[in-house]
Design a binder for this molecule. Structure first.
Ligand code: EPU
Length: 430
């Protein structure tokens, strides 16, 4: 497996172009299963998760081509059974279930197990499908879903930790081809849900309310092909903004959607960062001093769980004590123990991390445990003095396009040490 070698302490400076959003493109790719006509998806990041999803769609019978950031998917003739090994490996693949049920009234997928960030159940997805009239047969680690017809209904999708992002996506996709009207209450409001709704609308779906907690879908008979550009990745933009502040540099995030990042921008300003909108770009740098801030992760428009690890790194070097509380996933603090190797002072108390700022971090070897934790370790390595080595970097390739190139363009001394080409690579993801 590849490793990263970082010689830290260099302020990041310059311009970086934000790629398309991974968490928008995955459900949009699945949505292409809803029509037999070709769908063109633009500004697609070249990520292992995207290629993995492409292989899953191919295993269902779709044709998938990916060239220069543009995906063309045509699901002329598909089946409800894919390559189980592939489906089991990537949690995001659960969102093929909604479109398969909408189009074929049948889907068989592997039940996703837990992953590095927690248990991650799919009970809310299943509850929603049942309400649409789907029979679910769960056996041997698979769920086999069948329906004579999908019947529009009223659904409540709120769970213990609030709404579910992929659950909302799944139910919204299934409902586009259901009979009658489906109202989804406690729907996720994330920009990725809105982007999916925009894509579905351009395919001929009738959807209103996406971006609010109540989404209404009026079923139509068929959907057609569409051409869509994916929104920029707000999590990638937040990651680079924090890296700029943590290294005391200045980075212009070209194409960052500040309107999707208000909670992060607000917290970073409270922490002493300067963030300035300039046309279609956002400029991030540190102000005169860093300050500790308390952060609690929440569903959108609150502070995203996908940026919790990265802001924790910043707090490790902010003088004073900050409390970071994770409310979405129950075990998403694995990076804390790794950061301790660089000299960070972090104590975990239930869902909270108590971070006491230290004057500086110093490089060491660390192991990445999940995608966003890996991003956090990279930021820590960039901010630390001396050299840092990060193992298991395949996680980061799932969600950050050309991370090495982008960081080097910003002046980072950052190298990828290639693995033995014969060693097995893990490509599955959360
Ligand atoms: N939940 C349930 N039951 C369900 C579904 C979810 O209890 O049926 C719980 C989860 O356990 C969690 C909470 O609801 O406590 C929210 O989970 P959600 O379903 O919203 O997560 P997801 O849709 O599976 C997506 C992103 C994650 C991101 C979360 C939260 C994709 C492919 N994944 O996951 O992204 O953290 O929303 O915003 O869109 C990442 O990119 O690193 C990543 C993990």
């Amino acid at each position: 497996m590849d490793r990263f070698l970082i010689h830290g302490g260099v302020p990041l400076r310059g311009e970086v172009t934000i790629s398309g959003a991974k968490n928008a493109v995955l459900p949009i790719m699945a949505a292409a299963l809803l029509t037999e006509e070709p769908c063109v998806i633009r500004r697609v990041p070249d990520l292992s998760d995207v290629r993995f999803m492409g292989r899953i769609l191919e295993s269902l019978g779709a044709s998938v081509t990916f060239e220069a950031g543009t995906l063309t998917i045509q699901a002329r003739q598909i089946q409800g059974y894919g390559d189980y090994d592939l489906i089991r490996k990537m949690r995001g693949s659960i969102c093929i279930m909604g479109p398969l049920l909408g189009r074929l009234h049948e889907a068989k997928v592997a039940l996703p197990g837990g992953c590095a960030i927690g248990v991650r159940p799919i009970d809310l997805h299943l509850k929603g499908f049942r309400a649409l009239g789907v029979n679910l047969d769960i056996a041997g680690g698979y769920v086999h879903a069948t329906a004579a017809r999908l019947a529009g209904t009223e659904l409540f999708l709120g769970g213990r930790a609030g709404p579910t992002v992929l659950g909302t996506a799944n139910l919204m996709m299934a409902a586009t081809l259901a009979d009658g009207i489906t109202v989804i209450d406690s729907a996720a409001c994330e920009p990725e849900v809105v982007d999916l709704a925009d894509f579905l609308i351009s395919m001929g779906a009738k959807i209103s309310g996406a971006g609010s907690p109540r989404i209404t879908v009026t079923g139509v008979k068929t959907l057609h092909g569409a051409d869509h550009e994916v929104i920029p990745d707000r999590i990638e933009a937040a990651t680079f903004a924090i890296a700029a502040v943590a290294t005391n540099g200045e980075v212009t995030l070209q194409g960052a959607r500040a309107d999707h990042m208000q909670a992060v921008i607000d917290k970073l300003r409270e922490a002493g960062a300067l963030l300035e909108r300039k046309g279609p770009a956002l400029i991030a740098r540190r102000g005169p001093s860093l300050r500790p801030v308390d952060v609690t992760t929440q569903p959108y428009a609150g502070f995203p769980t996908d940026v919790q690890a990265q802001i924790m790194v910043l707090m490790t070097i902010a003088p004073g004590t900050s409390i970071i509380t994770e409310r979405i996933f129950e075990s998403r603090f694995m990076h804390a123990a790794e950061l301790a190797r660089l000299g960070a002072d972090i104590a975990i108390e239930g869902p909270s991390a108590i971070v006491k700022g230290v004057p500086s971090l110093s490089g060491a070897e660390m192991m990445a445990g999940d995608l966003r934790a890996s991003a956090a370790l990279v930021i820590a390595g960039l901010a630390a003095s001396g050299s840092t080595e990060i193992l298991r970097v395949y996680h980061i390739d799932r969600g950050y396009e050309n991370i090495d190139l982008k960081l080097r363009q910003l002046g980072a001394r950052f190298e990828r040490l290639k693995a033995n080409p014969n060693a097995p690579e893990n490509t599955g993801g959360e």
